[in-house]
Design a protein around this ligand. Structure first.
Ligand SMILES: Cc1cc2nc3c(=O)[nH]c(=O)nc-3n(C[C@H](O)[C@H](O)[C@H](O)COP(=O)(O)OP(=O)(O)OC[C@H]3O[C@@H](n4cnc5c(N)ncnc54)[C@H](O)[C@@H]3O)c2cc1C
Length: 465
């Protein structure tokens, strides 16, 4: 039993990577720490459960990384994907600190493995968790328990008592009981608001009803909202998020990585009117996969279909659902409830525009269309070899970028720029400081680990003084 009448040094709201890194770091700095996780124990760990890897700068190859990845290269990658929408000083600080993360995380018991084939060519830059995100989390929880950190599950933070930027206490819902918990410092590490469809609808309108949420249903942004309402400065465009095309048959929440579809480049993508709407071969897949969530979100009823033929079936990692198949395109159209004549027209036009080339799905090849709008710039091959296949896709929201503004200590900044007396943030809830838009694979875990570690350490120091 955790004694909730005592005053804790550090209260951590959340139970994913950022929260656990913060809790462990605070505890190792001598603080008495309480973790409040909204989810039941089985579902603990939010979106972190679904992760596979983390991007950190490093000077040399390791047992599991194939070569060096300098701080400058990491920053250049970040600059490219965000198109400059990042807080440069903070981003550079994070990247510098990331160099210590692989060792620090390993000191907490987490193990790494070489990257698997077919995982977006990340073997040099990204470290893969042995056993995936869930194994990583279980290890962090085990370490946290061993260090004497108090952890409560089914413990949603439903209220914050904040006076002039100073955290006093939190209200926590424990079953039917609501309790107040006091602490000298707060670390908010409870994710974005991607699972809050009503909030998404404020920016996206009715289409948000058709979004699928790839991760936990518990990231509803309630703490984020409370903090903003209490005068914490918000950062990030609320419409910006990481969104990919996922199998439309995925569950509403928590479909995870196995519902993602990587076969766009091998076929064509049509909307419910059987019309193409974007260049499927614009660039190599790792650079383009994260635009397809938004593209599908812009289509009628937020549904689209990736269509390909037998020659591409074995070239990509499938989703956990089998593709829909048919011996003819007309039958495939019927199975997808598409107008067969419209699909036939689209495929006839596409096949007619394909120019001869040498197909090479590992490079930007010369297989392209001519005189077609939109074009397919690479990997364009005629769709003609039966059987024919399709995957229905919907926007899969990974996480949102709206967050709380922080400084290099992970300390929240109040509107006007004054640092909060005792409130810190880490992970998705402050990702907008680094990610104004776009995404580079593995950076979500970097943001959580680096700022989680800093937030925990700083919160512990704050509590002592
Ligand atoms: C399918 C999928 C695959 C991904 N793969 C990768 C990857 O390989 N690499 C990578 O870097 N990133 C990946 N990401 C993104 C990554 O998951 C996140 O960036 C990262 O896990 C965020 O960590 P976090 O601790 O901030 O949030 P989370 O891990 O989501 O944790 C938030 C926690 O807060 C809790 N919570 C929410 N509200 C409250 C409340 N009011 N009170 C108490 N607790 C609350 C939740 O229950 C949860 O435990 C992936 C995401 C998804 C969905």
């Amino acid at each position: 039993m955790v004694d909730l009448t005592q005053k804790f040094d550090v209260l951590v709201a959340g139970g994913g990577n950022a929260a656990l890194c913060a809790a462990i770091s605070a505890r190792r700095a001598g603080a008495k720490v309480l973790v409040l996780e909204a989810a039941p124990k089985f579902y603990r760990g939010g979106n972190t459960r679904h992760t596979r890897n983390m991007r950190c700068a490093h000077d040399a190859a390791t047992d599991t990384l194939t070569g060096p990845y300098s701080e400058d290269e990491f920053f250049d990658d970040l600059l490219r994907v965000t198109e400059g929408n990042t807080d440069e000083a903070l981003a550079r600080h994070m990247i510098h600190e990331s160099k210590e993360m692989l060792t620090w995380i390993a000191e907490q018991g987490v193990r790494f493995q070489p990257s698997l084939g077919g995982t977006l060519s990340l073997g040099r830059t990204n470290s893969f968790f042995l056993g995936g995100g869930r194994a990583m989390l279980n290890t962090l929880y085990h370490t946290a328990e061993r260090l004497g950190i108090d952890i409560l599950y089914d413990a949603e933070v439903v209220g914050l008592d904040i006076e002039n930027g100073m955290f006093m206490s939190a209200s926590v819902q424990l079953g039917t009981e609501r309790r107040s918990v006091r602490a000298a410092a707060l670390v908010a590490a409870c994710g974005g608001f991607e699972a809050n469809i009503e909030w998404l609808k404020q920016y996206w309108g009715a289409p948000a009803e058709n979004f699928l949420i790839r991760g936990t249903r518990f990231n509803r942004g309630s703490v984020l909202k409370m903090l903003i309402d209490e005068g914490v400065e918000q950062i990030g465009d609320p419409t910006q998020c990481h969104a990919v095309a996922i199998d439309a048959r995925a569950p509403k929440y928590d479909g995870g990585i196995i519902t993602r579809l990587d076969c766009v480049v091998f076929g064509i993508v049509v909307n419910k009117h059987a019309r193409r709407f974007y260049d499927e071969g614009e660039d190599v897949w790792p650079k383009r996969y994260a635009i397809w969530g938004r593209l599908v979100a812009g289509q009628p009823d937020q549904i689209a279909y990736i269509i390909f033929d037998a020659s591409s079936l074995e070239l990509f990692m499938p989703s956990c659902f089998p593709p829909i198949s048919a011996p003819t395109l007309a039958e495939l159209a019927q199975k997808l409830s598409l107008e067969p004549a419209a699909l036939a027209d689209t495929i006839r036009d596409f096949n007619g525009a394909v120019r001869p080339g040498t197909f090479d799905h590992t490079n930007l090849d010369d297989c392209r269309t001519e005189g077609l709008t939109p074009p397919k710039s690479h990997w364009a091959r005629r769709i003609e070899k039966a059987p024919f296949y399709a995957y229905p896709v919907r926007p899969g929201i990974t996480f949102t970028y709206l967050g709380t503004r922080v400084n290099k200590q992970a300390r929240m900044l109040m509107r006007g720029g004054t640092p909060s007396a005792n409130m810190f943030a880490a992970g998705e809830i402050m990702s907008g400081n680094v990610l104004g838009r776009g995404y580079a694979a593995g950076i979500g875990m970097t943001i959580g680990s680096v700022f989680g570690r800093i937030a925990g350490r700083e919160a512990a120091i704050n509590a002592r003084n």
